[in-house]
Design a protein around this ligand. Structure first.
Ligand code: RIB
Ligand code: CA
Length: 325
């Protein structure tokens, strides 16, 4: 029996909903490197950059990784009711600044991400796991259109929110802040949800000293990742004085592949949508004072070394070391 239930040798299937983004890109690569998992599709949303850029970035990452068979679907180019806020100050003008990336070797699928994800969940014949590592607009629309599809999602891991931190504001984490209404829909849908927030992603920094070892794995994928990390580290050095980077989205997908990496608490989480200073905050009821039904496994700890081992092992599988002289 695997850690999730099901047979050890079965191939598990997931969909990644993302806004590439440096850490989204690394999360996609980690997922592609899992021998017992199949990425059925990548749905893209506006967030770190505008949708045209986040879609292009997803296609470029798959091109470098030689995985252009994985279908990419363009989703929502704006939040449900708010104007789009991007994170250009973090991820740069392209949304994936740092590496020199090739033109995508493939186009996005013609079907809208919301249409495809709904159809895929409806037709898959078995629950599909979802890693949502961008603003939750796409997933919220799927659930609003067909609420019963909540039962077609196996495990949902959300990179977003925090018990006690904020990044885009003192109160709110970026993915939730961009579309709090969408997040409220997703957290209220009754899906087995694991929330991987800043409390734990900021505990699992990849030290700068490790970047060279990643590059040395050899080949275009480690080269791209090292260039992404170099760029991403600059922002985190400047703002947080971190000597390394939090690979937020990779922490979230890693929790699907190795759930024991996280320490979680089952909590009630509500999303603030009407706060003057707190819009987008994930209000986590640590002590059950609201009496409201818990709706999420909230990550409060992470096995940092275990995560970094999984990350490195994944990148090693995607490396192409030089032939021995
Ligand atoms: O706050 C960090 C999250 O927002 C990450 O998913 C990052 O990629 C951005 O989407
Ligand atoms: Ca992201």
């Amino acid at each position: 029996m695997s850690a999730f239930g099901g047979e050890e040798d079965e191939i598990r299937r997931l969909v990644i909903d993302c806004d590439p983004g440096h850490d989204d890109a690394i999360a996609i690569l980690v997922a592609l490197a899992q021998p017992r998992w199949r990425v059925d599709g990548i749905t893209v949303v506006a967030g770190n950059q505008t949708l045209d850029k986040t879609v292009r970035n997803a296609l470029q990452v798959l091109t470098v990784a030689g995985r252009t068979h994985v279908p990419v679907y363009a989703g929502m180019d704006r939040p449900l009711v708010r104007d789009l806020v991007t994170a250009e100050h973090v991820h740069g003008e392209s949304g994936l600044e740092g590496p020199a990336l090739p033109e995508p070797g493939v186009k996005a699928q013609p079907e809208h991400a919301v249409d495809w994800l709904a159809r895929h969940l409806r037709e898959a014949g078995a629950p599909i796991d979802v890693a949502a590592v961008g603003p939750l607009t796409n997933l919220a629309l799927v659930l609003r259109r067909e609420p019963d599809l909540a039962r077609s999602i196996g495990r949902l891991v959300v990179m977003g929110g925090a018990v006690g931190e904020g990044n885009i504001t003192p109160s709110a984490e970026f993915n939730i802040f961009v579309d709090p209404e969408a997040a409220a829909i997703v957290f209220g849908a009754g899906i087995p949800l694991t929330m991987v927030g800043l409390d734990v992603t900021h505990q699992a920094l990849l030290p700068r000293a490790e970047f060279a070892a990643i590059r040395a794995l050899g080949g275009p994928v480690p080269e791209m990742v090292a260039d992404l990390l170099d760029y991403f580290a600059g922002f985190h050095q400047q703002v947080y004085a971190f000597d390394g980077v939090p690979i937020h989205d990779a922490c979230a997908v890693a929790a699907l592949f190795e759930p024991t990496l996280l320490t979680t608490r089952r909590l009630r989480v509500d999303v603030e949508t009407r706060g003057q200073f707190t819009d987008g905050r994930t209000v986590c009821d640590l002590w059950g004072v609201t009496g409201r039904q818990p709706n999420a496994e909230v990550a409060v700890g992470i096995d940092r070394d275990g995560f970094l081992d999984l990350l490195t092992a994944s990148l090693r599988r995607l490396a192409t070391p030089p032939a021995p002289a």
